[in-house]
Ligand binder design. Sequence first.
Ligand SMILES: NC(=O)C1=CN([C@@H]2O[C@H](COP(=O)(O)OP(=O)(O)OC[C@H]3O[C@@H](n4cnc5c(N)ncnc54)[C@H](O)[C@@H]3O)[C@@H](O)[C@H]2O)C=CC1
Ligand SMILES: O=C([O-])CC(=O)C(=O)O
Length: 330
Amino acid sequence: MSTTPVKVAVTGAAGQIGYSLLFRIASGALLGPDTPVELRLLEITPALKALEGVVMELDDCAFPTLAKVEIGDDPNTIFDGANVALLVGARPRTKGMERGDLLEANGAIFTGQGKALNDHAADDIRVTVTGNPANTNALIAKSNAPDIPAERFSALTRLDHNRALAQLAKKTGTSVNDLKKLTIWGNHSATQYPDIFHAEVAGKNAAEVVNDQTWLENDFIPTVQKRGAAIIEARGASSAASAAAATIDHTRDWLRGSADGDWLSMAVVSDGSYGVPEGLISSFPVITKDGNWEIVQGLEINDFSRGRIDASAAELAEERDAVQQLGLIG
Ligand SMILES: NC(=O)C1=CN([C@@H]2O[C@H](COP(=O)(O)OP(=O)(O)OC[C@H]3O[C@@H](n4cnc5c(N)ncnc54)[C@H](O)[C@@H]3O)[C@@H](O)[C@H]2O)C=CC1
Ligand SMILES: O=C([O-])CC(=O)C(=O)O
């Protein structure tokens, strides 16, 4: 085992997602079995007592990869020297809300955290935003951290990607292991577009294997888009264990690389690819290696996909304009 622990900061650490996420990070699921991890956990002051209880449980697991845990309510201290930051802490939506309804309530959290990352994180910092509305919160954090390269900020659409894989496997009677090159485009919201036109099922084109436009339009796409709401309706609380698992998948693959011959969905800063306005944090098909990502280029976009990608990008532009008006970005 190497000797210097990687510092992983997690915000909202005493929340639902935190309760699944921390134990997986501590057990090596993020960085592997040979890399010691130092957890740096941020919470609001009233939640620190509950967080102390979670830390007692982390101790009680005796994870060989967990080198140290620090907790606190000051992002300047908790982000000090952080190599990875998982920004989960934010209010979840409840029944009847859209994620965009959280913009004002949660957006402000990400200005202060962006500044604190800018001033205190390690030079190799990578930031994953899970707290909703994730894409625009990532935009806010990035905009408030001018000294950190923009490509170090990302937002989570891996849960949507994983949900789409599960639906496609069910429809085609295959396993998720047989599926490749699925893409979530756009916003982590009901306008996101899960695209199977370039996906493969056991090496064959997924859209051709499915060959069912009605299922695609009336079942697959809306099921993936509205899965978060369906879970809130059924569970009375938003997805937590699956969101934690996706946060790990996203960050692990960013740091350790995507599989050969496949790609991932990650919301990253747009360079204008596929007509998504430059600067928005939008989900794209990406290939990752050693902590870097690259948008997969050259995919042909049919008319069906074009309208949907544009609609989600338009929603992201509206969210950007709204947070600009709130003074959360310059
Ligand atoms: N991107 C995605 O795929 C998903 C995103 N989410 C989002 O993740 C977020 C967290 O969800 P849960 O863990 O279920 O919520 P939760 O309410 O159980 O936990 C949130 C935690 O964040 C803390 N918090 C609030 N403000 C904070 C601040 N300024 N600094 C540090 N901590 C702060 C709260 O005290 C609370 O403990 C929500 O915004 C939710 O909508 C949830 C599921 C999927
Ligand atoms: O839907 C929500 O509010 C929580 C979330 O982001 C998801 O489950 O995808």
